[in-house]
Each structure stands twice: as structure tokens, then as C-alpha cells.
Ligand binder design. Structure first.
Ligand SMILES: *Cc1c(COP(=O)(O)O)cnc(C)c1O
Length: 453
């Protein structure tokens, strides 16, 4: 009865700065390239679609970046988020491991995404932008940005991946409730969309192409990305910074930090503040990134320069990639269906500082249901991949007779994913094969660029 379960912080402890891991890395990750000139990307290359405030953060070498008061004010709507000890799951697993989860599902949009949507809307508004365009997969990012645009009085136009548009009408309704506009992608509103009409189920890569095109061709419109870029990962570090304080209250420190990876932002958000401590203090902390076996970017992709979108409108990003025109199988974790990942995170996986594991979707749902039956919260399919890793680590700790402290980012709830749970519970959920030959073919079509070492 004496064990504490929830570790809460007062509003006054919302972090005052974001952690910029770039400042602490032994070597900088390779630079993105301008696809036209092959030269490293400069601020001017980004100015057509991003505000200066975010471009400065994208290339910053400062270890900390102050969070504006207006952003901290908006964060108060749901931050600080709770850190919860998964005591009931520990007991169900009969493990000596201690498991803590940082719960980001209590934000208005139900995920970690508003942590970056809010500052992105703020900096765009400050620089006189009228409208933001974006893409969304499962609808998590579109709904978060629609909320943020509403709070900062911007218009919001969302290109939603076709399959999700059809399967997730309630996410669409959320975007519209917060005042945003939604189009099914591929749409006939853009050249990019018209060129991809035959892929009618759509993909994140195609939707990004459409949103970038709208921003690039309208003076008063900027583009906003929900993951992958440095400034997005930066904004998410409020998660890890709060967790450090909360674990102090719990008298604990993680041996292992786990998160799922779609584009890398929620993982970076929980991991980078701890990674900085590992680097500065010479700790042994392990970091594990979980991704779907059907879209195994970090574990099976090639470490190469590639476009961030399908059509080839973005800069060339140094990353693990399955090929920019590879269309991932329609797994239920829509947020993890992306051909690439954050370049900063890829460099850390490449140099061995972060481990990556691929998880089958039935195995992720098995973990999710066990979690829901002990902890109550029904996780989104995406972090269920991370929960699989947590359970595996806790079981290994038991076999080794080892106390092990595990921290995981529970980055969203699954209330809009109950159709996937229904399929799982009915025994109808399948493990989709990773079409390796399609990846090989897509890798043949990568743009010409220097090799990465
Ligand atoms: C968007 C999303 C993801 C994937 O994006 P990351 O940038 O890798 O975090 C994972 N989980 C949830 C709940 C999401 O909304």
C-alpha cells in the first residue's frame, strides 16, 4: 500500500527551456543537402515555407533554447504530464524490474503532438503568417495542429492519408471541430496529388508533397511538419526534462529508456534529455527505439540521402530510408508508416548510441492488451510497439534476477483505434509482410548524393 504510483509536478515546473542535443554530440550529424545544388542546406532554402524562429532552432548549436512565455501558458492546458509507476503491470509480470511510463495521452489531442504544434503555431503567428498547411497520417498530427492554430488564430489546412481519411472519420471531425480544413490525399488540389492518383490509399510521403506544394506556392502560407525535423524533436524534449524531475521524486533513474519511432519525435523527446546526462556524466543508460516490422526503417533501411516526401520536393535528408516512393503496408499504427526517420536520430542509431528493434503488430497489440488490463489506459497502437519492448525487458530482468528500471513514453491513447483492437480481439489482426523487394526497387530510385559514412 505504501508504494507511490503517480509522480506529478506543479505548473511552475513546466520546463523553461528545450534541450538541444546537437550541442552535446561528439560529432555533428551530416547536413541536409539542397537537391538542386548538392550544397549543404542554408537558412534561405527553408525560408519559403518555415518562419525564421523555427529555422534558427533547426540549425542551432546552443545547448538550451528558452521556451517563450506564450508557449508555456498554452502548455499549462495539460502539462506537466504525469509520470506513473506501472506497479500493477510489474506484479502481473512478476518481475523485479521497476517500470515507469510518462503519459502524454492526456493532452487535448490525445498524444505528444501538441508539444510541438503549439510552438510552431506561435512562431508562425509572430512572423505574420496567416495559414499553415500540413499532412497527417492517422490524424494525430492534423488534430494537434488544428488545435494549436485555433489557439493562435491561424488557418489550418490538412492533407490526410487516404486510408486514414476513410477509416478515421472521428479524427477528421476533431480537426474540423478545432476549425481546420481536411482533404483526402492524394487530392486533385495539387500537382503532387494528381501525379499520385493511382496510389489511392495514399501515404505520408504523398501527403507531405501536397502540403509542401501548397505552402511553397502561397505567400501567406507556411508548412508545418509534425516529426523528423530538429526543431520538432527539440520541442518534444519537455517530456524527458519533466521525467528527469519526476524520477528524482521517485528516487529512481532509468537503466533503459524506450519509445516508438515513426519519424522520431516522441522518442527524441523522452530520450534526448537522458542521453545528454549519459554523455555528460558517463552513465550506462540504454536507449531502445521500437518500430513496426512491416515498416522497419531503422533496422532494415539503407543509411543514405533521400527525400522526405514521395514526389521529391524536400531537401535531401541523411537518414535510414526504405526509399521515398516506397509505400508501406497499411499497418494499424498509421503514425509509424513513414519511409524515413529524423536525421539526428538516425545518426545516433548509426553510431550505436541508440538501439533499434522491429516489432510485429500482433505482438504489439498483445503487449497493449496486457498493459490495458493491468494499468487501465488503452494505448495507441504506436506506443504499443514500445510496450512490447518494455515487457520483453522486464521478463529478461526477471530471468537475470536483476532490478532494472525501465522508462517508456506512452505517447498517446488508443480511443480512436478501437477498430484495430476489435480485429485483434477477434483474432483477425494479421502480421503484414515487409515487401523487401519493393524496398530494394525503391532504393534503386534514390536521388544521386554523396555516400554517408
Ligand atoms: C505521430 C505519432 C507517432 C509517431 O511519430 P513520432 O514522431 O515518431 O513520435 C507515434 N505515436 C503517436 C501516438 C503519434 O501520434
Amino acid at each position: 500500500m505504501s508504494e507511490q504510483v503517480r509522480f506529478s509536478l506543479p505548473e511552475s515546473e513546466i520546463p523553461t527551456s528545450w534541450v538541444n542535443i546537437a550541442a552535446d554530440l561528439p560529432e555533428p550529424p551530416p547536413a541536409p543537402l539542397n537537391p538542386g545544388t548538392g550544397e549543404p542546406l542554408g537558412p534561405d532554402d527553408l525560408a519559403a515555407i518555415f518562419p525564421m524562429g523555427l529555422i534558427e532552432q533547426e540549425v542551432s548549436a546552443e545547448p538550451e533554447i528558452e521556451i517563450p512565455d506564450e508557449v508555456r501558458e498554452a502548455y499549462k492546458l495539460w502539462r506537466p504530464t504525469p509520470l506513473i509507476r506501472a506497479l500493477r503491470l510489474e506484479r502481473a509480470l512478476d518481475t523485479p524490474a521497476r517500470i515507469f511510463y510518462k503519459y502524454e495521452g492526456g493532452s487535448p489531442a490525445g498524444s505528444h503532438k501538441p508539444n510541438t504544434a503549439i510552438p510552431q503555431a506561435f512562431y508562425n503567428k509572430r512572423e505574420g503568417v496567416r495559414k499553415l498547411s500540413t499532412e497527417t497520417g492517422a490524424g494525430q498530427w492534423g488534430s494537434a495542429l488544428a488545435l494549436a492554430c485555433q489557439l493562435f488564430e491561424l488557418e489550418c489546412e490538412v492533407f490526410m492519408v487516404g486510408v486514414s481519411y476513410d477509416q478515421k472519420p472521428y479524427r477528421r471531425a476533431m480537426i474540423e471541430t478545432w476549425g481546420g480544413t481536411v482533404h483526402r490525399s492524394p487530392s486533385d488540389l495539387t500537382d503532387a496529388g494528381r501525379s499520385q492518383a493511382e496510389h489511392s490509399s495514399g501515404s505520408l510521403g504523398i501527403a507531405i508533397s501536397e502540403a509542401v506544394e501548397v505552402a511553397a506556392s502561397n505567400e501567406d502560407t507556411n508548412y508545418s511538419l509534425g516529426s523528423v525535423l530538429n526543431h520538432v524533436c527539440l520541442h518534444q524534449t519537455v517530456i524527458g526534462s519533466e521525467a528527469i524531475r519526476q524520477l528524482e521524486l521517485a528516487g529512481a533513474y532509468p537503466d533503459v529508456v524506450v519509445g516508438c519511432v515513426g519519424g522520431g519525435s516522441n522518442f527524441a523527446g523522452i530520450a534526448y534529455p537522458f542521453l545528454r546526462e549519459k554523455i555528460r556524466r558517463g552513465l550506462q543508460t540504454r536507449f531502445i527505439a521500437a518500430e513496426p516490422s512491416a515498416c522497419p526503417t531503422l533496422t532494415r533501411g539503407a543509411y543514405r540521402y533521400d527525400f522526405g516526401d514521395t514526389v521529391g520536393l524536400t531537401p535531401l535528408l541523411p537518414m535510414y530510408t526504405l526509399g521515398h516512393d516506397f509505400v508501406p503496408p497499411p499497418v494499424h499504427s498509421g503514425g509509424l508508416r513513414y519511409h524515413g526517420d529524423a536525421p539526428g536520430l538516425c545518426a545516433l542509431v548509426h553510431n550505436g548510441m541508440i538501439e533499434a528493434r522491429a516489432i510485429k503488430q500482433t505482438s504489439a497489440f498483445d503487449a497493449a492488451v496486457r498493459f490495458a488490463r493491468s494499468e487501465g489506459i488503452i494505448p495507441a497502437p504506436e506506443p504499443s510497439h514500445a510496450l512490447r519492448v518494455v515487457i520483453d525487458e522486464a521478463e529478461q530482468a526477471k530471468q537475470a534476477g536483476e532490478e532494472r528500471t525501465i522508462l517508456v513514453n506512452l505517447c498517446g491513447h488508443g480511443h480512436f483505434d478501437m477498430a484495430a483492437y476489435q480485429a485483434y480481439l477477434a483474432g483477425e489482426l494479421e502480421d503484414l509482410e515487409f515487401p523487401e523487394s519493393e524496398m530494394e526497387a525503391a532504393l534503386e530510385r534514390l536521388p544521386e548524393a554523396p555516400a554517408l559514412s
